[in-house]
Structures are given as structure tokens and as C-alpha cells.
Design a protein around this ligand. Structure first.
Ligand code: NAD
Ligand code: UFG
Length: 352
């Protein structure tokens, strides 16, 4: 037994916050990332926050021989699989690289785990697997919905692949974590979400309006069947989410087989409520304009987080005001994020 955890995609938004919490709890994260959607600066900042040196492999999970060498060298006890492409709109335009990168990376990791006797994996799934829910709050037993985009389908497919692998090998332990809407940043302001170009997601966009980088938030629809007509989501502080992975690692020690948990707060906030909370955090008004609905969006999504509490002892501790204050601190301390970083071409791009 050792405390080594491969953190695949560890330089990314959720991975970097999770490495901090892993180190705080005495684990040894081994970061693998090809820096497709992240900066090496994030790993350095995690080292500053924790005062610990991180073993970091700049490597692509599609590169099987390199992955093989890393597993042979490190002999990890567990893997947390964050790596993958995640932009919903892009996945509709370029489905092949999404299927290729997300599925093949996962299968390469599982193969190396098997070859090296590593039997514990936590996978970053998403509330997107529930599709457009008939009923909220969503429990883990809520039906898998009709997922409307290739990104979401990679999540559903990987959940099924991992369930099959676990079924065939009872020594394997798999925890599927279905994240709701992670936002916020580490309270130090040193690490946070750093989207390249125009942010796709609400809070990174609001953050850029708050610091004057963009003019106004575009609110996608105010005619939903919700209290104020705008979309309602279960926003969760990224540090709470990161701690959910530590709880899942503890759970893995019980050899639980296959487990599925929603990670959210159980509270839904509308787009306008988020904008108001952000105004309180930054101390000034945030201009917004109401626009038409974004294709593929749903009205309401929030979870029942009871199962994670009952079985892992985990629950979210931080509220919407903490989320907005920490997001604003990160955004004002780092208006350009981690700065420019190389954004290599997407795997299987049309040009290749
Ligand atoms: P992110 O893009 O910040 O992090 C993913 C990391 O994986 C990046 O650093 C990227 O460079 C790396 N990566 C991608 N393909 C790789 C490959 N082939 N080899 C090595 N590294 C590779 O994303 P995030 O927001 O931190 O999300 C982490 C995971 O959680 C993703 O799987 C995402 O789909 C899932 N998720 C995210 C959200 C969200 O709102 N952020 C919600 C639900 C689920
Ligand atoms: N929204 C706006 N303006 C924006 C961006 C978003 O009004 O500029 C609205 C959306 O219409 C929605 C809400 O804000 O009502 C939240 O939208 P996000 O894009 O921030 O988040 P989503 O719930 O659409 O999706 C996110 C991730 C998905 C993931 C899902 C569930 O992008 O990958 O959460 O985890 F699957």
C-alpha cells in the first residue's frame, strides 16, 4: 500500500484544486497532463500553496508507451481521471476528437492499471448524464437522460465502460462522481479556472465582466419555467468538490466495487441570483442583457447530495457567497489567468 494517486488532468481547473486537498490529507499526487487546456503554472502554484514538490509528467494519455513507463515507475495505488475535452458546443462541431480523446485516454489508463495491479479509479462524470430531468432533485437513481451532445455521451459511455470493467473484475473499485456546476477558486487566489478565449460557462464570464474585461453578461433566456425565468443550477465550490475526491479515495479503501455519487450542494440558483451574489462579492453592479435561449440548455438541474453524505461522510460546506468571493479574488489577482500558454491542436483535428 502506498499513498500515490495518479491525477490525470491534474493541471486543469478541478485537478489542480484536488491536488491541494490530496496533499493536505497526506496523499502523494502524481500529475499527468498534456497541457492541452492548462498551464504548467497551475502545478507550480499548487506547490506554492502546499509547500510540496509535485511529480509532474507532461504527457499525453493517448501515448500508450509513455503511460506504460509512468505506471511502471510510479506503481500508484489509485487513479483520479480528470483528463478529457469538456466543451459542449465544440463537441457538437468536432465529435470525433471528443470520442477519441476521452474514450481512448480512459481505456489506456484502465489497461495500464490492470497491467500494474492498480485497482482503484475515480472518474469525473457529470450531471449532464441525466439529460433534461423529468424531476428534481436528481438522485443517483434518476434515469440516465437523453444526453444531447457528444461530450455528454462520452461521460455516459465511460460510466458504462467502467461499470463493465468492474463487473468482470471484482477486485476493481470504481467511483463515478457526477459533478454539478463547479465554480469558485482556492481561497489563496493563486489557482482558479482559466478558460481560453470567450468563456462558455456562466461564472467565468461574469468574473470577466466584474473586472472590466467584458462589457455585459449575456443571459441565455428568461422564459424558462423557473421562479425568475432564468436557468437554475446546483453550483458547487471547487474546493468542496476537490474534497469530495478525498472522501472517495477513503471510500475506495473499503473495496466498495462500483459506486456512484452526485457531488453538489442540493441548492439551485438562477442566473440572475448568481449575478446578484457576484455583485455582492465584487461590490459593484454587473451589467447584463437578456438574450434568447442557448440551444441544448435545460431549465433546472440540482441534486440530492444525501448519498455522498451517508456513504462517504462528505457534504459541501461553502455557499454561493464564498463561491463568488473566491472566484472574484482569483479573477482580480490574475486578470489574464495564468497568462498565455501553448494550446496544442486538438487530437485528430481536421488539419492532421
Ligand atoms: P480542464 O480542461 O481544466 O482539465 C482537464 C485537463 O485534462 C486539462 O489540463 C487538459 O490539458 C488535460 N487533458 C485533456 N486531454 C488529455 C490527454 N489526452 N492527455 C493528458 N491530459 C489531457 O477541465 P476541468 O474543468 O478541470 O474538468 C475536469 C473533468 O471534470 C473533465 O473530465 C470534465 O469533463 C469533468 N467535468 C467538469 C465540469 C466543469 O464544469 N468544469 C463539470 C462536470 C464534469
Ligand atoms: N448562462 C448564461 N450566460 C452565459 C453562460 C451561461 O446565461 O454566458 C446560463 C445557462 O443558460 C445556464 C446557466 O447559465 O442556465 C449555467 O450555464 P453553464 O454553461 O455555466 O453550465 P451548464 O449547466 O450549461 O453546464 C455545465 C458544464 C457541463 C456540465 C454541466 C453539468 O459546462 O459540461 O455543467 O455538470 F455537463
Amino acid at each position: 500500500m502506498n499513498n500515490k494517486v495518479i491525477v490525470a488532468g491534474g493541471a486543469g481547473y478541478i485537478g489542480s484544486h484536488t491536488m491541494v486537498e490530496l496533499i493536505n490529507e497526506g496523499y502523494e499526487p502524481i500529475c499527468i497532463d498534456n497541457l492541452y487546456n492548462s498551464s504548467p503554472e497551475a502545478v507550480k502554484r499548487v506547490e506554492i500553496i502546499t509547500g510540496k514538490k509535485i511529480r509532474f509528467y507532461e504527457a499525453d494519455l493517448l501515448n500508450k508507451p509513455i503511460l506504460h513507463d509512468i505506471f511502471k515507475e510510479e506503481r500508484p495505488e489509485s487513479v483520479i481521471m480528470f483528463a478529457g475535452y469538456k466543451a459542449v458546443g465544440e463537441s457538437v462541431e468536432k465529435p470525433l476528437p471528443y470520442y477519441y480523446n476521452n474514450l481512448i485516454s480512459l481505456m489506456n489508463v484502465c489497461d495500464e492499471m490492470k497491467k500494474n495491479g492498480c485497482r482503484n479509479i475515480i472518474f469525473s462524470s457529470s450531471a449532464t448524464v441525466y439529460g433534461d430531468p423529468e424531476r428534481v432533485p436528481l438522485t443517483e437513481e434518476s434515469p440516465d437522460g437523453r444526453v444531447t451532445n457528444p461530450y455528454g455521451r462520452t461521460k455516459s459511455m465511460i460510466e458504462k465502460i467502467l461499470a463493465d470493467i468492474q463487473k468482470a473484475d471484482k477486485d476493481m473499485n470504481v467511483v463515478l462522481l457526477r459533478y454539478f456546476n463547479p465554480i469558485g477558486a482556492h481561497e489563496s487566489g493563486l489557482i482558479g479556472e482559466d478558460p481560453q478565449g470567450i468563456p462558455n460557462n456562466l461564472v467565468p464570464y461574469v468574473a470577466q465582466v466584474a473586472v472590466g474585461k467584458r462589457e455585459a453578461v449575456h443571459v441565455f433566456g428568461n422564459d424558462y419555467d423557473t421562479p425568475d425565468g432564468t436557468g437554475v443550477r446546483d453550483y458547487i465550490h471547487v474546493v468542496d468538490l476537490a474534497r469530495g475526491h478525498v472522501a472517495a479515495l477513503r471510500k475506495l479503501k473499503e473495496n466498495p466495487g462500483l459506486k456512484i455519487y452526485n457531488l453538489g450542494t442540493g441548492n439551485g440558483y438562477s442566473v440572475l441570483e448568481v449575478i446578484k451574489a457576484y455583485e455582492r462579492a465584487c461590490g459593484h453592479e454587473i451589467p447584463y442583457v437578456i438574450e434568447g435561449r442557448r440551444p441544448g440548455d435545460i431549465a433546472t438541474s440540482y441534486c440530492d447530495p444525501q448519498k455522498a453524505f451517508l456513504e462517504m461522510g462528505w457534504k459541501a460546506e461553502l455557499g454561493i457567497n464564498d463561491m463568488c468571493m473566491d472566484s472574484y479574488r482569483w479573477q482580480s489577482m490574475n486578470p489574464e489567468g495564468y497568462g498565455d500558454y501553448a494550446h496544442p491542436p486538438i487530437a485528430l483535428s481536421e488539419e492532421s
